[in-house]
Design a protein around this ligand. Structure first.
Ligand code: DO4
Ligand code: MG
Length: 299
């Protein structure tokens, strides 16, 4: 069972999508209200949804006919880094000016007990399905990072799984790791969606297949796939470091790292379109736009 938000007559509506693709409007205001109601009643979000849909008629519309919204307005999005071998190799390549098989501090973080966890986005910077993602005006090497996202409550409980894009600037990060916040955070540099798969309906979260496709002039420029089974760490390990001596908020999303990297010669351009599909969750589609840099204030 998945949960989405869509808009109709300027009204955001929560809905459940069954594994057969039937869509049912839900009365709860948002995903967190659904979870709260389940907790208050000592039941689960799946039970609440099943109670609603047994007495309702599904929408006539299909998922692709709806104007989807971000499935949760995550107050914060955090991200994990170098959790897959592929990411370690790509980071080493950037950090050494293009040496294949180089080793750097990224090897250390890959092997260390403490994972790399960094702040990625706020609700205002996070885009939903079909909304524009921006590329930076001061970078010549930018890529999407297709990642599984954990939707958490304030105690670090995994409520569900979503699709995330940790847009990244490879040349800025490669120039100096201290530039990481600028390589990761700018206007519209993150997207999540199109749905949240309820955690209780996922048997094994290490069996998701992630596929990324990038289109240029509607021609496929890149496609790559991987599975969460290739992850070096466990999800509860990442969550425990995120929440250690830290306060997080209901609806926080933790991205779990990338395992798909386009060829080193590739950079995103204005007009590209990114699709990230995760099995049993859905396909997150976002067009790419260039930033128009505002004139700098001078004193
Ligand atoms: O070390 C930088 C971040 C790497 C990252 O975002 C990832 O592995 O997904
Ligand atoms: Mg990443």
């Amino acid at each position: 069972m998945r949960v989405i938000r869509y808009t109709e007559n300027n009204q955001a509506t929560l809905a459940a999508v069954t594994d057969e693709g039937a869509i049912y409007s839900l009365p709860q205001q948002d995903f967190l209200a659904l979870v709260q109601q389940a907790d208050d009643k000592g039941t689960t979000p799946l039970q609440i949804i099943q109670d609603v849909i047994k007495d309702s008629t599904p929408l006539a519309a299909k998922l692709e006919d709806l104007t989807l919204l971000v499935p949760i307005e995550a107050p914060e999005v955090w991200a994990s880094g170098v959790t897959y071998l592929k990411s370690k190799e790509a980071r080493n390549y950037e950090a050494t000016g293009g040496k294949l098989d180089a080793t750097t501090f990224y090897d250390k973080v890959y092997d260390a007990e403490r994972p790399e966890i960094f702040f990625k986005s706020t609700a205002a910077r996070t885009q939903g399905p079909d909304q524009d993602l921006y590329i930076r005006s001061d970078s010549n090497w930018q890529i999407p990072e297709p990642e599984l996202g954990l939707v958490l409550d304030k105690n670090g409980r995994v409520l569900g799984y979503t699709v995330g894009n940790d847009m990244s600037s490879r040349d800025i990060e490669g120039e100096n790791p201290l530039y990481l916040p600028q390589a990761k955070v700018w206007k519209n540099s993150c997207s999540i969606g199109p749905a949240i798969r309820l955690a209780e309906t996922v048997e094994d979260p290490y069996q998701f297949t992630i596929t990324c496709r990038i289109f240029r002039n509607e021609e496929k420029e890149f496609e790559g796939s991987a599975t969460t089974g290739q992850l070096k760490r466990k999800f509860d390990e990442l969550v425990s470091y995120l929440t250690r001596d830290n306060e997080i908020f209901d609806g926080t999303v933790l991205l779990t790292g990338t395992c798909i990297v386009p060829p080193n010669e590739f950079t995103l351009g204005d007009g590209d379109r990114i699709e990230i599909e995760i099995s049993d969750i859905g396909t997150l589609n976002n067009p790419v736009k260039s930033q128009v840099r505002k004139a700098q204030a001078t004193s």
